[in-house]
Design a protein. Structure first.
Length: 179
């Protein structure tokens, strides 16, 4: 089973090493990070063999491509570890949707407000949708106060990210955590 790992937009298995590098000229970086200048791939390969390490193309899109003399196994391991660390630190913000109707009762509205508070406490964005059916479409502009009340009741924990906007048969508004 061939496994592919990703680093900085390119798959680690897609990195060219040693004899796979066919470029005429490359910019070489030594094993300690020092610039060794621009040379042919053959010369760079000889230097890598002398150091008993691998020649790895780390920036294939650069002009000329950048190669580095490293231990490939160790390099691959370091890249995977960096990727895992970056993944741990990133927070995925989800969008939770709450649907309302124009003739919603106050108790039902309070229940929806409490659900929205829970979502916002978790750090998620909340999309509040006021859906209109049939004859309710004629009273769209008078129903905006429901979304305003909803936002007002969450004013202590949330802020309106996108103001209420009519989209087809519904009016939507986005709320996010107050910073």
């Amino acid at each position: 089973m061939l496994s592919t790992f990703f680093m900085e937009g390119t798959a680690i298995s897609d990195l060219m090493i040693n004899e796979q590098i066919k470029d005429k000229e490359i910019r070489l970086i030594g094993e300690n990070g020092e610039q060794l200048g621009i040379m042919s791939a053959r010369e760079a390969m000889k230097l890598a063999e002398e150091a008993e390490l691998d020649l790895v193309k780390i920036a294939p899109t650069a002009k000329p491509p950048v190669c580095k003399i490293v231990d490939y196994g160790k390099y691959k391991y370091e890249q995977l570890r960096r990727e895992k660390e970056a993944k741990k630190k990133q927070k995925i913000v989800e969008i939770k949707e709450i649907r309302l109707t124009p003739n919603i009762d106050t108790n039902d509205l309070n229940t929806k407000v409490n659900a929205a508070k829970k979502f916002i406490a978790k750090g998620d964005r909340v999309k509040v949708t006021l859906r209109f059916r049939g004859r309710e479409m004629a009273h769209m502009n008078t129903s905006k106060h429901i979304l305003d009340e909803f936002a007002e009741s969450l004013a202590d924990v949330a802020v309106v990210e996108k103001a209420p906007k009519v989209e087809g048969r519904s009016m939507t508004m986005f709320l996010t955590v107050k910073r």
